[in-house]
Design a protein around this ligand. Structure first.
Ligand SMILES: [Zn+2]
Ligand SMILES: [Zn+2]
Length: 239
């Protein structure tokens, strides 16, 4: 609770120092003006998380099933669109939590249009955790902010205790693909594994690039008996 309050204070102080302006066009007093918000492209078809060929609802295609622990991945935005990248960076590194509901609304639009979430029958949604040091530094976990919005919208129950990040990792940004895979190996542990046995789980994170982090999380959840593990992220980047 204290952490949350401190992060609100930090946000307030930052807003005094850096008054809101549209990330796209610089218009004052808001973070994304209606025009710039409209210029953000929503994905219009889903792909298999591994081979990226078109796939219904983002399900892992039959050919890729042996290569991943993820049963599917859904995202709404292209992380390579600069406004998308700027918005997500602003949330994470400039601590502008107010932007999350605005960007999450785009994801909800894609989910609602595709009805993909109706196939889930999710028992629980699990935000990708931050290492406690990173959490203390940032004051909030952006994946958890998103999970809360989705949980409220679709009546999914959230569990932010099951998955714990036990190893702190350096940022994946800028690391070559192979290094990213090594970077995330064994970074998670599972608490109270009995609570996930035979459960359908949706992992929630802000961005997926190589998918290495989600894969690592899905792997450990399945090792502890989870039935299905899907993932939902705001955006995905090219490799
Ligand atoms: Zn604008
Ligand atoms: Zn595939």
């Amino acid at each position: 609770m204290l952490l949350e309050e401190l992060s609100k204070i930090k946000e307030y102080l930052l807003s005094l120092m850096f008054p809101a302006q549209c990330l796209g066009c610089g218009q004052p007093n808001l973070y994304l003006c209606p025009g710039c918000l409209k210029s953000i492209l929503l994905i219009d078809y889903f792909v298999c998380p591994v081979c990226r060929h078109p796939s219904a609802n983002g399900q892992t295609c039959p050919d890729c099933r042996s290569k991943t622990n993820l049963d599917g991945l859904i995202y709404a935005l292209n992380y390579d669109q600069s406004l998308v990248r700027q918005a997500i960076h602003a949330i994470k590194y400039s601590f502008i939590q107010d932007l999350m509901p605005i960007v999450a609304e785009l994801l909800i639009k894609v989910l609602d249009q595709s009805h993909s979430h109706q196939d889930f029958s999710a028992d629980v949604i699990v935000p990708i955790p931050l290492h406690r040091r990173k959490l203390a530094q940032r004051g909030f976990n952006q994946a958890e902010l998103l999970a809360k919005i989705l949980g409220q919208k679709y009546s999914w129950s959230i569990n932010n205790k099951i998955l714990q990040k036990t190893k702190s990792t350096r940022s994946q940004t800028g690391l070559p693909r192979l290094k990213r895979l090594v970077n995330v190996k064994d970074i998670f542990s599972v608490k109270a594994p009995e609570s996930i046995k035979n459960k359908n789980i949706i992992l929630v994170d802000d961005v997926c690039t190589t998918g290495a982090t989600l894969e690592e999380a899905a792997k450990i959840l399945k090792q502890h008996g989870a039935a299905k593990v899907w993932a939902i992220t705001l955006a995905r980047g090219e490799r």
